[in-house]
Structure formats: structure tokens, C-alpha cells
Design a protein around this ligand. Structure first.
Ligand code: PHE
Length: 343
């Protein structure tokens, strides 16, 4: 009995050590064969039980079975440990319970949304979209528009000049001249596009900005058509409650010229910080096309009349979406831009 127990303790100690330090599932299987298999020393010890005196057999058998159960438990827990370790090694950072990341599908820029909406309103009343180059000649940007090169608007402070006598257009009005040269009246166009000016980049100015030009030319167009068209547009875009104000102004290519204000969207005309207490917000420059421009593009100024207007979609988007700083439109911050994403 003493020998039996000594052998059993030896086997137990050795087996527990070997099973506990198995590094792989293969090692573990070998340990199982070695300590619990048919030829294992423990198995042999169990076979020796009948040789012990009868009264010692039950306790010796119980001891041996305890060792056997201990080996089985150890094998099971070591196997679980090894499998957990190899899972962690394969994908150490992967957490399958994390929710999937939502995909950002992109959104139209707020200025593009405003341009599309404005062009659509004008499309319904017969205006088609036209385009022109952003790199222009002084001839189209100024001279054909009745703006002599010594006019203050051509000053270097306002215009980006390029090598070779070209410039970045300072407004979309040159497209008026380009379209009129190629087309006979009647003309009804809207011209969205980028313009460039040497302006400071501050809360209300950007050196690169969108404009939408409008031009209507035909026989018999009067100031009444001009006013009615602008009023129609303002009511469609800003709502039936909006009112307009035509203020006398000056542009070299329109006569008479006007700046058009819309009643403040925020305070409804009572006066607030957005409209600087005036109750009005300026939305565009406009006027009846100057006969000198018709002459410059080869139209008979006795036969044709028309009106033109130019507005800034970014300024209008500021009003529409209550954006306090124009720079937000041009910084490309997705956190700002995604707010305009369609749902
Ligand atoms: N081109 C002018 C500007 O940039 C706006 C304008 C367009 C005025 C058409 C009159 C007619 O300020």
C-alpha cells in the first residue's frame, strides 16, 4: 500500500506538471495518452489494485480515481486555455460585438443645392443653363461689358491676373457676351459658375465663390418684365411672404441698374443682427442691359432690350441655412457638410 501510494503521488505530480505546461493541443493530446492512456502508469497502477490486501483496496482505488479525475479536469481547463490563447493571437483587435460603421454616402454641397434650386425655378419659366470659361480675357470680363480698363473694378486689387494677359473671371457676366455673340435673340439663360476676386477671406468674403448670372433678351422686354421676373423668383425661392426692394445702383453693363434686397428672413423685416437692423438683405445686382453691350456683341440696340442679374449662391445659402460665416462653405469640413445630406 505504501509503495502504491508513493507511486501514485509521483505519477500525479509529474502528470499535473506535464499537462499544465502543454503549449499546443497536440502536446496536450500526447500528455493525455501518456497519463490516461491504456499504457499509462496510472492505468497500470489501477490494474495492480487486485494485488493489494482486500481491506486496503477501497481507499487505494479511491485515491487513484481522484488522481484520474484531477488529470481529466486539468486536461479540459488547459485545452480551453490553449484555444483562447490562439484565438486572441489570430485576431487580437477584433471585437465582433461592435456595431458596423455607417457608411457616409456623400452629400451635395449647400451652394450646389442652392444653385440647382435657383436654376430649376428659372428653368420652369424658360431659362436654360449656360456655361463659360473661368479663365477669361480682359475683353470679355471687362471691355465688352462696357467696362473700360481704367475703371476701378479692373484694379489689380480686385482681379487675379494670369501670365499671358489672361485673368480669372471676376463675375459670370462675361458669359452674357459669349452667348449673345453666338446666338440670336430671344435669349433666356442662367449661368452658374465660379468667380475669383482678390478679396480678404473673412466671414462674408471668399476669394473664390459661385455666382449665378441671368440674362433675358428679346424685342419689347421692359423694366416691368424685369421686376416681375425677379419678384416671381424671390417668392418661389424665399416664400410668398418675402418682399423685394429695388435700390438704384450702378453697373457699367446695365442701365438703369439696381441692387435687389429681400425682406430679412430672420426677423421678417423688423431689424436684427443678420440684416444689421435694416430689415433687408441684399441678394443680387441687376438691371436693364446697357445698349452699349448690345452694340459690342453685334445686336441692334434699337431692336432689342433685356435685363440681367447676378447673385451669389453662397450668400443666399448663408441666409437659407442660417450659416454665420461664409468660410464654412469652403473649408471642406465633413462635419459641417454632412448636415446637408439628404436623409
Ligand atoms: N456682375 C455683377 C457683379 O458681379 C452683378 C450683375 C450681373 C449686375 C448682371 C448687373 C447685371 O457684381
Amino acid at each position: 500500500m505504501a509503495d502504491f501510494l508513493t507511486n501514485l503521488r509521483e505519477v500525479e505530480e509529474e502528470g499535473a506538471e506535464v499537462i499544465g505546461s502543454a503549449a499546443t493541443l497536440d502536446d496536450l493530446e500526447n500528455a493525455r495518452i501518456e497519463y490516461l492512456g491504456r499504457k499509462a502508469r496510472l492505468t497500470q497502477l489501477l490494474r495492480q489494485l487486485p494485488e493489494l490486501p482486500v481491506e486496503e483496496r477501497p481507499s487505494a482505488g479511491a485515491e487513484a480515481n481522484t488522481v484520474k479525475r484531477r488529470f481529466q479536469d486539468l486536461l479540459e481547463s488547459r485545452s480551453a486555455e490553449i484555444r483562447a490563447q490562439s484565438r486572441a493571437r489570430e485576431a487580437p483587435e477584433f471585437d465582433p460585438t461592435l456595431p458596423a460603421r455607417a457608411r457616409w454616402r456623400g452629400a451635395r454641397h449647400p451652394c450646389t443645392l442652392v444653385i440647382n434650386e435657383i436654376c430649376e425655378i428659372f428653368r420652369e419659366i424658360g431659362f436654360v443653363r449656360a456655361r463659360g470659361p473661368e479663365v477669361e480675357t480682359p475683353d470679355y470680363n471687362f471691355i465688352k461689358l462696357n467696362t473700360p480698363l481704367d475703371h476701378p473694378a479692373t484694379d489689380e486689387h480686385d482681379t487675379f491676373y494670369l501670365p499671358g494677359g489672361l485673368l480669372l473671371r471676376t463675375h459670370t457676366s462675361p458669359v452674357q457676351a459669349r452667348v449673345m455673340e453666338k446666338t440670336e435673340p430671344p435669349i433666356r439663360i442662367v449661368v452658374p459658375g465660379m468667380c475669383y476676386r482678390r478679396d480678404p477671406f473673412d466671414a462674408s468674403h471668399a476669394p473664390a465663390f459661385e455666382q449665378i448670372e441671368g440674362l433675358a433678351v428679346d424685342e419689347g422686354i421692359t423694366f416691368v418684365d424685369f421686376k416681375a421676373t425677379i419678384n416671381y423668383f424671390v417668392h418661389r425661392f424665399f416664400g410668398a411672404d418675402a418682399s423685394t426692394r429695388f435700390r438704384p445702383s450702378f453697373f457699367p453693363f446695365t442701365e438703369p441698374s439696381a441692387e435687389i434686397d429681400v425682406s430679412c428672413l430672420l426677423c421678417g423685416g423688423d431689424g436684427c443682427s443678420a440684416c444689421k437692423g435694416t430689415g433687408w438683405l441684399e441678394i443680387m445686382g441687376a438691371g436693364m442691359v446697357d445698349p452699349a453691350v448690345f452694340e459690342n456683341v453685334g445686336y441692334d440696340p434699337e431692336r432689342y432690350t433685356g435685363f440681367a442679374f447676378g447673385m451669389g449662391p453662397a450668400r443666399i445659402a448663408m441666409l437659407r441655412y442660417r450659416v454665420p460665416d461664409i468660410r464654412l462653405f469652403y473649408e471642406g469640413d465633413v462635419r459641417f457638410l454632412e448636415q446637408f445630406a439628404p436623409a
